[in-house]
Ligand binder design. Structure first.
Ligand code: PLP
Length: 358
């Protein structure tokens, strides 16, 4: 049987051995961190040590970390709990943002998928707002001008929320007022995340309940998941990213030579992501053919790829529905090897040739 090649790391990453061990270890000694008995106090100690280690990994202070069930809940906590009078979001945010803030004003992006700073400047003339912007887009990998946005928003008394789900561990995280991170994109388990809240006084409680997380997020903490998250963050190394950049560069050159198109090519992007378009061939048919050939990739975000309809990210970049429906996402990670990407490039080029000839 030929080896399956997993190139869908932006959807989720394989769990690191250190995370699996930490989860197993914590599961064996389970106690509720809110209990006052010795076992509970010991669990509370481990919870706080995990908080400190994650805070150090992400350049924050431990009291600023609020544990959540993942990126989606961290984003919703900041958006639904904001005390700001209005919310601005980029049009390319993940659905976790768009659906948690349905009344938000959407800001456009340019053809390369970067937020239009002039549109933000105009929108801020109407007064302070919570501005939500992702650090890197999950579909295209395009990096957003978060540092400029933080300065602009701060100058007018607003607040910023950065979705760092795709960049945590890979890059220094921005010093936004709120930052959302998810464990399962960096080798931790699904079901664990954090909101870094640098101004938690400007946040109303999300899920009310037993008073956990300083009353901001009720519910017994997922200590095994949190332990796995902390272990994954500690084990995370970013040295594979340079090799990933070189591999994606070779893939993109092969794609272009075979008549394909690289989405967001002119923008700065995460080195482990390529969104590539095969003109005349639907993404669904590419996914099926490449899956049969042994490759796991996706079209747009994993969440939207199960649905019919073009990606809102590509639509916001000005692509028509047909073009957007021909793009697939290839995302790699720390276990990807040169040969994996070479085999994928050959398979993609072969498929493009077959479809052209058909
Ligand atoms: N934000 C981005 C950019 C994502 O890629 C994802 C997951 O795909 C999320 C948020 C949601 O994170 P989670 O799956 O931890 O809820």
């Amino acid at each position: 049987m030929t080896k399956r090649i997993y190139l869908d790391w932006n959807a989720t990453a394989p769990m690191r051995a250190a995370a699996i061990e930490a989860i197993a270890g914590e599961s064996r000694r389970w106690a509720n961190p809110s209990s006052v008995h010795g076992e509970g106090r010991s669990a509370k100690g481990r919870l706080e040590r995990a908080r400190e280690s994650l805070a150090a990994a992400f350049g924050a202070m431990s009291p600023q970390l609020i544990f959540t069930s993942g990126g989606t809940e961290a984003l919703a906590l900041a958006l639904r709990g904001t005390t700001m009078p209005r919310i601005l979001v980029s049009a390319i945010e993940h659905s976790a943002v768009l659906e948690a803030a349905p009344g938000a004003q959407k800001l456009p992006v340019d053809a390369d998928g970067r937020l239009c700073l002039s549109a933000l400047r105009d929108a801020l003339k109407d007064g302070p707002a919570l501005v939500a912007l992702m650090h890197a887009n999950n579909e295209t990998g395009v990096l957003q001008p978060v540092d400029e946005v933080i300065d602009m928003v701060r100058a007018c008394g607003g607040r910023t929320l950065v979705d760092a789900v795709q960049t945590a561990g890979k890059m220094r995280l921005p010093a936004a007022d709120f930052v959302a991170v998810s464990a399962h994109k960096m080798g931790g388990p699904p079901g664990a995340g954090i909101l870094i809240a640098r101004c938690a006084d400007q946040l109303e409680a999300g899920q009310k309940g037993g008073g956990q997380e300083r009353g901001l997020r009720g519910g017994t903490e997922n200590l095994p998941g949190i332990a796995g998250f902390a272990a994954a963050a500690q084990a995370f190394e970013s040295d594979w990213l340079a090799a990933a950049g070189a591999r994606h560069g070779r893939l993109e050159r092969a794609v272009k030579a075979a008549g394909g198109i690289v989405v967001g090519e002119r923008a700065q992007r995460l080195p482990n992501v390529s969104m590539i378009r095969m003109p005349g061939v639907s993404a669904a048919s590419q996914l099926m053919a490449l899956d049969l050939a042994g490759f796991a990739i996706s079209s747009g975000s994993a969440c939207s790829s199960g649905k019919v309809g073009a990606s809102h990210v590509l639509a916001a970049m000005g692509m028509d529905e047909t073009a957007a429906g021909e793009a697939v996402r290839v995302s790699s990670g720390w276990q990807t090897e040169d040969e994996d990407m070479e085999r994928f490039a050959e398979a993609w080029v072969r498929l493009a040739g077959q479809r052209r000839a058909a």
